[in-house]
Design a protein around this ligand. Structure first.
Ligand SMILES: [Zn+2]
Length: 112
């Protein structure tokens, strides 16, 4: 049996049930209140992909840059997330092999 790795919010705080609620107003409108990442000790186990901060939404061409702990979570476990935020569309869309995002400057799909 594989134990589920510990997770936190991006700033290390504990995950709470309403973290996925979407903000209606303000500079982060459309984003979740908070995002979950792999806990610090999980990310410290090593990365299987480069740590990349920026990705392109193929539908609109817009570039979004995320925080370091999110980037390290992708690098540690590429399939951790099912979707991600596009700053230009102000909405979430799928990642993965059939997803809508590539790492900036590459043809490599985010989430693979
Ligand atoms: Zn977009």
């Amino acid at each position: 049996m594989v134990e589920k790795p510990r997770t936190t919010l991006t700033d290390g705080r504990q995950v709470y049930p309403e973290h996925r609620d979407t903000l209606k107003d303000g500079p982060r409108a459309g984003q979740q209140k908070d995002y979950v990442v792999l806990a610090e000790e999980e990310r410290a186990k090593g990365f299987v992909r480069p740590v990349r901060r920026s990705y392109k939404h193929q539908k609109c061409g817009g570039i979004t840059t995320m925080g370091q702990t999110l980037a390290e979570t992708y690098a540690r476990q590429p399939d951790f997330y099912s979707g991600t935020f596009c700053c230009h569309c102000a909405a979430h869309f799928p990642v993965g092999a059939d997803g809508e995002f590539v790492w900036q400057g590459t043809n490599e799909k985010v989430g693979t």
